[in-house]
Structures are given as C-alpha cells and as structure tokens.
Design a protein around this ligand. Structure first.
Ligand SMILES: Cc1cc2nc3c(=O)[nH]c(=O)nc-3n(C[C@H](O)[C@H](O)[C@H](O)COP(=O)(O)OP(=O)(O)OC[C@H]3O[C@@H](n4cnc5c(N)ncnc54)[C@H](O)[C@@H]3O)c2cc1C
Length: 408
C-alpha cells in the first residue's frame, strides 16, 4: 500500500507543471472563443494528442498511480485551464472507465485505443446512461438490449440523452436493460463500435455552461452488435443475473449495477474538476482585489472583500483534501464506508458554484461581463452540482450510507 502524503512527489509535480503549461498556453487563450462557438474544439484535442496529453497511455498512467492523486491532479489543472475545453479532452475517459470497470482484458485492449484514435486522427468516446425519463432515477431506464441467440448478436433500442460526445464519438458505451424484472440490477453495458447502423445523434443541446463540450441525444434503432460487445461477456452476465434473481426472490439484498460502478469510480475525479474551476476564479478575484482601487485604496483592504477571499481559499483547499482522500481510498481499495467519494463530489461541486459567484461579486461590473473570465467560470461551475449525480443525489447516497436507512 502506498504511504499517504499530501505532497505530490517529483514525478507528479513534473506532470502537473506540464499540464499547467498546456492549460495556460493553449487552453486559456482559446477558452472564450470555443465557449462562444459552442463546438467541440477538435484542434485543441489534437494539440493535446500531439504532446501525449490526450492518449490512452497518459490516462492509464494517471489511473494506475498508486497514490491515487494522478487523476485528480490532472483534472484540476485541465479544468483550471477551461472547463468546456477540458471536458472535451477528458469526456472520453468516462467511457474508458466504463470499459475498465466492467470489460474483459480483451475488450479493454480492443476498444479503449479506438476511443482515443491517434495524434493524426483523434477520436472521442461517449458513455450513455441517462435517458429522458431516467436521470437520477437510473432504475427507470427503458433502452432495451435483447439477445438474438441464433446470430450471437444483441439488438438495442431506445433513446439516450445528455451524452457527452454523443453521436460524434467513435465508440459509444451504452447501458441498457437486459432483464426488466430486476430494475437497475438488470442493466448491462455494451460497446457500440464505430459506424454501427441504427445509432444516430438526436438533438444537440445549447447549454448554459461548458459550451465547448458536445452534449446530445443518442438514438438507437435496431442497433445490432456482436455478442462480444457485451462488457464482461455473456457468462458473467448470466451469473450476475442469476444471483440478482435469487436475491430478489429472498427479498432484495442490494447489489451494485454496471452504471453505478462507473459513477462510483469517477466521482472524486469530477470533484477535482470542480476544484480546478473554483481555483481559477479565486485567482482572478485575488488578483483583481489587490489591483482595483476604490476610496483611494485596493478593495482587498476592506475586510468585506478580504474575508470573502479567505473563505473562498479555505473552501477550495477543503474540497481538494476531500477529493485527495477519496482518490487515495479508491486507489488503495479502501471501501467507501461513509460515501467519501460522494462527499468529495458534493462539497467540491458546491464550492465551485459558490466561489465563482463570489468572484463575480469581487469583480463588480467587470465580473458580470464577458471581458473577464469569471462569468464563464460561474456558468461552467453550475454543471458540477448536476452531472455524475446531482448534489441532492450525493446527499441521498451519503445519508443512506451513514444511517443504513433507505432515506428518500
Ligand atoms: C452537460 C451534461 C453532460 C452530461 N453528460 C452525461 C454523459 O456523458 N452520460 C450520461 O449518461 N449522462 C450525462 N449527463 C446526465 C446527468 O448525469 C443527469 O443530468 C443527472 O444525473 C440528473 O438527471 P436529470 O437531468 O434527469 O435530473 P432529474 O433526475 O430529473 O432531477 C431534477 C431535480 O430533482 C432532484 N431530485 C431527483 N430525485 C431526487 C430525490 N430522490 N431526492 C431529492 N432530489 C431529487 C435532482 O437533484 C434535481 O435537482 C450529463 C448532463 C449534462 C447537463
């Protein structure tokens, strides 16, 4: 087991500084433009791929860092650069984690490289779980996957929504119902390979924030995929379903489903993204407060401003510590007995929203304009209390875990 330390080691510091350089020199100058364009910033993803920052190798290296701090450190720096562009760069990771969490070694080796493509021909991937009537309530999912034994193929039908990179992805990972009797325990994840007939993009959403990241519906009409596209394989699925049926016959002991396993692993990483946005806004506000003068002195001379900055920084540091704790626990196979992963995402998400609002206040009228980046950061921050489980759902998970009561 790795020793726990709050200090990044020299390798991690080197990687952090390298990502910070990309965030400062490439992402920041392009942030306002791609926010206005509301399009996937392909040239920037390509730049990231050229230096190895958008690649399976880089992601795997951080994912398997035994301290657990590789991913949160990378996320914080990228989202410090710009949240919309950063989500376009890391969105593929959610689909990759879906395969890592549920796939066989062969599936991991076959599909994850195709999610990233290569520096000359970059690709992205999408993880599609949410549906119009199944957001927080994952068990209400309707997309159906039916096995055609004669052809050893799965046939998928349904509509997914809110999919990051949905419809523009090379590889889609789709969660679908294989046994409707079992609720969320009857779900399984499927790879939809490139150019599979029947998969199309529905509505592309015009959003409040993270506008450089593509979010769309994904429509599945008689989509046929080979049997080997079921993540984990048929044998494992049949065993899991048989166990779930047995448990449900005995009165419903809880088991984790495929989508939940993916979300559990990714929550602290999303918390780290929120920390990055909060830190970016705090730095702008601190700089502004020390240079802007009113009543003949810098506005930071007033406790009303300085104390806000003190609170902002305290919250950001507390959020990062919660994220680091949860990431370290995940990397060292410590069970989240107090829902520490959800805690980190909840606190960091709320922090990003609060701190970016305070930053606008400290910048006064300038904070309210697009001449300064804090209004964009505030719009971007709003996502962190919504996706990967809303703040209310994080509280539900934490309360249930702490009390053992099925709080509703
Ligand atoms: C930009 C963006 C990108 C996304 N990317 C992806 C993606 O790549 N893949 C994917 O599968 N999904 C993605 N999502 C979907 C996201 O995870 C969902 O939006 C989220 O889970 C909430 O679902 P919902 O929007 O249907 O809200 P709802 O579930 O309808 O919730 C509406 C409100 O009711 C509250 N609420 C619901 N149930 C309860 C309860 N039991 N107790 C208390 N309050 C409750 C919620 O907290 C929320 O405030 C994305 C969403 C956005 C906006």
């Amino acid at each position: 087991m790795a020793e726990f330390s709050f200090e990044l080691n020299d390798d991690q510091k080197g990687v952090r500084d390298w990502i910070h350089g990309f965030a400062a020199d490439v992402m920041r100058p392009a942030a306002a433009e791609w926010d206005e364009r509301e399009e996937t910033p392909w040239p920037i993803i390509q730049e990231a791929a050229k230096i190895g920052l958008y690649s399976l190798d880089f992601y795997a290296q951080q994912f398997f860092d035994p301290t657990g701090l590789g991913i949160p450190m990378a996320m914080e720096e990228l989202f410090w650069g710009d949240a919309g562009i950063a989500l376009s760069i890391v969105g593929t990771g959610l689909a990759a984690v879906g395969v890592l969490a549920n796939g066989t070694d062969e599936q991991i080796g076959t599909w994850i490289p195709q999610m990233y493509g290569d520096a000359d021909d970059v690709k992205v991937a999408a993880f599609c779980s949410s549906e119009p009537d199944a957001g927080s309530d994952v068990a209400a999912m309707r997309t159906r996957a039916v096995y055609d034994q004669a052809k050893d193929e799965w046939v998928l039908n349904g509509t997914k929504t809110w999919a990051t990179n949905g419809g523009i992805a090379n590889v889609h990972v789709v969660v679908a119902v294989v046994d409707p009797e079992l609720g969320s325990k009857g779900h399984a994840s499927f790879i939809i390979p490139p150019n599979t007939p029947g998969l199309s993009q529905g509505q592309k959403f015009k959003k409040h924030g993270i506008r450089a990241s593509h979010t769309a519906e994904v429509v599945l009409e008689d989509v046929r995929v080979p049997g080997h596209c079921l993540l984990g394989g048929k044998e494992k699925l049949d065993e899991r379903l048989a166990r779930a049926r047995e448990r449900s016959a005995k009165g419903g002991e809880r088991v984790k489903n495929a989508a939940m396993a993916t979300f559990e692993a990714s929550r602290p990483a999303v918390g780290a993204q929120a920390v990055g946005v909060a830190r970016a806004a705090y730095e702008v506000a601190l700089d502004y407060a020390t240079t802007r003068e009113q009543f003949g002195r810098p506005i930071i001379d007033n406790q009303g401003v300085a104390f806000q900055l003190a609170d902002m920084r305290t919250r950001i540091d507390a959020a990062r510590l919660l994220v680091y704790r949860a990431s370290w626990m995940a990397a060292n196979n410590k069970p989240f007995t107090s829902a520490e992963g959800s805690m980190s995402k909840l606190f960091a998400g709320e922090t990003a929203k609060k701190v970016t609002a305070q930053a606008i206040q400290i910048l006064g009228g300038n904070g309210f304009t697009r001449e300064y980046p804090v209004e964009r950061m505030h719009r971007d921050a709003a996502i962190f209390t919504i996706f990967e489980g809303t703040s209310e759902i994080q509280r539900l998970v934490i309360a249930r875990t702490l009390s053992g009561v099925h709080v509703r």
